[in-house]
Design a protein around this ligand. Structure first.
Ligand SMILES: *Cc1c(COP(=O)(O)O)cnc(C)c1O
Length: 371
């Protein structure tokens, strides 16, 4: 879709990366760290200032107490945290349960680990978790339940009841819960995001993964982390040792600086993004798509069925030529047996500048005048 955007000059709302830089204070901190000589291998666990800032962050935003020396690991983006965790915890033939539509890296990483991928489809149009399907999907063969909350690509935020059901299933079948929370700060309209470790029974059997990329609009830095009980943390560290060994030395103290910024910075990031979502939503509504405003993430999922579109993948291929905007069909993230559920759905990214979103919104609105 990115190639199609380039060829047609369409606005690319396919891929989720921001078109502005992160906070100046964080950029400056990285520059200072480079000039101060933070340029050789840092410790494999991550530099102490960042691990301590991660522990303070978990306490400030989630009320969770973690030991920065025993329960935190800095990784090369959330992606390495996911890869090392799955490689550490999944033996060939073990099952990994995810929510469909599934973030594409999960599918590939489960395969790399030799795991069997079992998917529970979130039910459109509100993408709630069907608890009965979860209960049958998790069995004694399940090594890991891997979910992202908030959820890309649907924008859903799991409720406490849904999280509790996931933890209960994991307890019953002795599985580990891995939760990817890279969108933890990008939650709108007063919706509450609950970190997995705040659910009773979860702390001792969960790995919480996050990253600076989405929160600080620094997706190219690839600074991520995980929080887990020491035995789990150490198992993942053993794998990380032979994946990257260590992660971007001068970027780590800069992200520590970012995580210690006042609440106003995090609120500002969230509010700007919510405004971007609303700009785009206006055009999507005028075009005739059906959707509820995304409660979180970088993404708005929309149903094209009211436009008379049965196959959103086809619409996605036509949109760049027709109106000059690129989106991605949700079915691209789903198992073949679930693709029909999402057949008429598309995903658009709204992590772009106002001028870009306004133009995309105006262009999409023209869909209503088609035919
Ligand atoms: C963007 C994204 C990631 C990747 O995070 P990095 O820190 O860039 O590796 C992981 N999970 C989800 C759900 C994402 O959307």
């Amino acid at each position: 879709m990115t190639a199609l955007a380039q060829r047609t000059g369409a606005i690319n709302l396919g891929q989720g990366f921001p078109d502005t830089d992160g906070p100046q204070v964080v950029l400056e901190a990285a520059r200072s760290a480079i000039l101060a000589g933070a340029n050789q291998y840092p410790p494999g666990l991550g530099v102490p200032v960042l691990r301590e800032a991660i522990a303070r962050h978990q306490h400030r935003f989630h009320g969770i107490t973690v030991d920065p020396d025993r329960e935190v690991l800095v990784t090369t983006g959330a992606t390495e945290a996911l890869a090392a965790t799955l490689l550490a915890l999944v033996r060939p033939g073990d099952e990994v349960v995810t929510l469909d539509p599934t973030y594409d890296a999960y599918t590939a990483l489960i395969a790399l680990a030799g795991g069997r991928h079992v998917r529970v489809p979130l039910a459109p149009p509100d993408f709630r978790l069907p608890l009965d399907r979860l209960a049958t999907a998790v069995t004694d063969r399940t090594a890991v339940i891997l979910v992202n909350n908030p959820h890309n690509p649907t924008g859903t935020v799991l409720t406490q009841a849904e999280l509790a059901a996931i933890v209960a299933a994991a307890e019953q079948h002795d599985a580990i819960v891995v939760v990817d929370e890279v969108y933890e700060h990008l939650v709108f309209d007063g919706v509450r995001h609950t970190t997995i470790a705040a659910i009773p029974g979860a702390a001792e059997r969960s790995v919480t993964i996050s990253s600076a990329g989405k929160t600080f609009s620094l997706t190219g830095w690839k600074i991520g982390w995980l929080v887990a009980p020491q035995p789990l943390r150490d198992a993942v560290l053993t794998v990380k040792q032979y994946l990257t060994f260590a992660t971007g030395a001068p970027l780590q103290p800069a992200i520590a600086e970012g995580l210690d910024q006042p609440d106003a910075l995090f609120v500002g990031v969230r509010d700007r993004l919510q405004h971007g979502r609303d700009l785009l939503a206006a055009g999507l509504a005028r075009a005739g798509f059906a959707f509820a405003p995304a409660p979180a993430t970088y993404f708005q999922a929309v149903d094209a069925a009211p436009l008379g579109v049965a196959d959103a993948a086809r619409l996605a291929r036509e949109l760049p030529e027709q109106v000059g905007v690129v989106g991605i069909p949700l079915s691209a993230f789903a198992a073949p047996e679930h693709a029909d559920l999402y057949r008429s759905w598309l995903r658009f990214a709204f992590c772009k500048r106002d001028t870009v979103l306004q133009e995309a919104s105006d262009r999409l609105a023209r869909l209503a005048m088609r035919d």
